[in-house]
Design a protein around this ligand. Structure first.
Ligand code: PEP
Ligand code: MG
Length: 571
């Protein structure tokens, strides 16, 4: 049995497919017949082109046009006569095999691109290396795993999942995910939850143990993985999986029900999304709105910034689909660890404490922030959009953003463009500083949303993605709990709405405490909504006060967790 971090609920049973970028060995081979070798190269070029075309078309229909753009860029390179001509000439001139000629020519171009100042050109270097490897794989007959067309019942095993890998995952075929890296709040874990694929992450050295074709069982709740287990384990987990699926079906009866506690307190149960397409799941699971739209996903996996109009269309689509229900859209939370090559950001020494989110946006008003805010304002004419600012640490940041929004409103007025004049502007409370001055913020901002993923990281001074120190990373730590309670109290005293969009909002052990503290809105992965509604409607906030007082009286994380685990088990 392997132990990891439980990242996405459910039991995955299936066949391991190892996704690994195998090292290619490119040898310099002299060829006897250069004409024949040129034909071999042309054949490989043709196949690479066709494969790329098919992949781009598939990605465009399944995920989106923008995601397919990178692959379309690869096709342009493959069609470039200068590049292909030079490879042919190298084969002929040096009497060498195609794979080595490709290596020489493509590497030379990639190095030239990499040395250029322009970020876009540097991105071309990555593209050039990518097509080089693709052609060489075809020539050497080394298969790449095509994630989009894995057979049904596959358990994806990888060191880590890149955004482009995850874009290709088809939940019909992938029944589980195991990765060696990542944490509960890493974006691959968040994506696994959005796709409702059971996942266990941070399983050390798993790749050394598992082989392609191994029979794998994983428990996404307990965070354990079995490789080729015995029959007793197979029977036990097959039963667990069936029970999990039956329970999921059972939860459907909560669709259309209000989210009201036993003592009549109504709360909002809303969803976290990353792309306009995610709205489908929100509606499927009866989300009462969107509590967090992470807009950075619109900026990732592409070669240039989405234009104001593209952003406007994306925000409008979500606002319209939610038909008047609240849609909280967070302005760009990028920089530091979340790299976007075309933005030309320098590497930060300390990414989580660095040049990111609102700090970056206020520094790049013209090319980044204004177009986004303008797109948000324009889209606000089509639904109930609220603007949320991430990583705020002091009131000046909020004021500066608010002034900018007011200026843009006047600009839209002058141009006669419609927008919601009363659009609400709130903040994520996710830094220790914002928590400590929550009373000051509460007097000025329209709403709070507590980002526990970062709040825990900044309160505990613990990198949220580092599994060596993950024992410190818990929202049940008394310091974090006090911070959460204080933020909610400050908001309630000032009469503003307070929600939570960090992963803790859907934690069954945390929900009773949040209800007792007076949280108004719970924002989570859409797939967690119905279970949370079931739990909330079974609780009474009055009776929970005692539970919360007791939980707050403990000195250690373990005591709080043990107590809450026992409480939830007894429900
Ligand atoms: C958070 O920090 O809790 C949050 C919701 O935002 P993200 O996970 O995108 O940092
Ligand atoms: Mg955050």
């Amino acid at each position: 049995m392997f132990k990891g971090t439980n990242a996405s609920s459910g039991i995955g049973i299936g066949t391991a497919v190892i996704v690994e970028e195998a090292e290619l060995v490119i040898e310099k081979r002299t060829v006897a017949d250069v004409e024949e070798e040129v034909q071999r190269f042309k054949g490989a070029l043709d196949k690479t082109m066709k494969d790329t075309e098919a992949l781009a078309a598939d990605l465009a229909t399944r995920v989106g046009e923008k995601e397919a753009e990178i692959l379309q860029g690869h096709m342009m390179l493959l069609m470039d006569p200068m590049l292909t001509g030079e490879i042919e000439n190298t084969i002929k001139g040096e009497n060498i095999c195609s794979e080595f000629a490709i290596e020489m020519v493509c590497t030379m171009y990639a190095n030239v691109f990499a040395g250029m100042e322009d970020e876009l050109m540097q991105q071309r270097a990555t593209d050039m290396r990518d097509i080089k490897t693709r052609m060489q794989r075809v020539l050497l007959g080394v298969d790449t795993v095509d994630i989009a067309s894995l057979p049904a019942g596959s358990i994806l095993v990888a060191k880590d999942l890149t955004p482009s890998m995850t874009a290709g995952i088809n939940p019909k075929n992938v029944t589980g995910i195991v990765t060696e890296l990542g944490g509960k709040t890493s974006h691959s874990a968040i994506l696994a939850r959005a796709l409702e694929i059971p996942a266990v992450v941070a399983v050390s050295d798993f790749m050394a143990e598992a082989k392609n074709g191994d029979f794998v069982i994983l428990d996404g709740d307990a965070g354990v993985v079995f490789v080729n287990p015995n029959d007793a384990i197979k029977t036990e987990y097959t039963a667990k999986r069936d029970a999990f699926l039956a329970e999921k079906k059972e939860l459907e009866k909560y669709i259309g029900q209000p989210t009201v506690t036993m003592d009549g307190v109504t709360v909002e149960l809303v969803a976290n999304i990353g792309k306009p397409q995610d709205v489908e799941k929100v509606l499927q699971y009866d989300g009462e709105g969107v509590g967090l739209f992470r807009t950075e996903f619109l900026f990732m996996d592409r070669n240039s910034m989405p234009t104001e109009d593209e952003q406007f269309e994306a925000y409008k689509k979500v606002a319209e689909a939610l038909a008047g229900k609240p849609v909280i859209i967070r302005t760009l939370d990028i920089g530091g660890d979340k790299e976007i090559p075309y933005m030309g950001l320098e590497k930060d020494e300390n990414p989580f404490l660095g040049y990111r989110a609102i700090r970056l946006c206020l520094d790049r008003k013209e090319d980044i922030y204004k177009p986004q805010l303008r797109a948000l304002l324009r889209a606000s004419a089509f639904g109930n959009i609220k603007i949320m600012i991430p990583l705020v640490t002091c009131i000046d940041e909020y004021r500066e953003a608010k002034t900018l929004i007011d200026e843009l409103k006047m600009e839209l007025d002058r141009k006669g463009i419609a927008y919601n004049k009363n659009i609400q502007v709130g903040i994520m409370v996710e830094t220790a500083a914002a928590s400590l001055i929550a009373d000051i913020f509460a007097k000025e901002v329209d709403f709070f949303s507590i980002g526990t993923n970062d709040l825990t990281q900044y309160t505990m001074s613990v990198d949220r993605g580092n599994d060596k120190i993950s024992y410190l990373y818990s929202t049940f730590n008394p310091a974090v709990l006090r911070s959460i309670k204080r933020i909610i109290t400050c908001a309630r005293e000032a009469g503003i709405m307070v929600g939570m969009c960090g992963e803790a909002a859907s934690d069954p052990m945390m929900i009773p405490l949040l209800l007792a503290f007076g949280l108004n809105e719970f924002s989570m992965s859409a797939s967690a909504i119905l279970y949370s509604r079931k739990l909330i409607t079974s609780l009474s906030t009055k009776e929970l006060q005692e539970v919360a007082d007791k939980a707050m009286s403990f000195a250690t994380t373990k005591e709080v967790e043990d107590y809450m685990r026992e409480f939830v088990a007894g429900l």
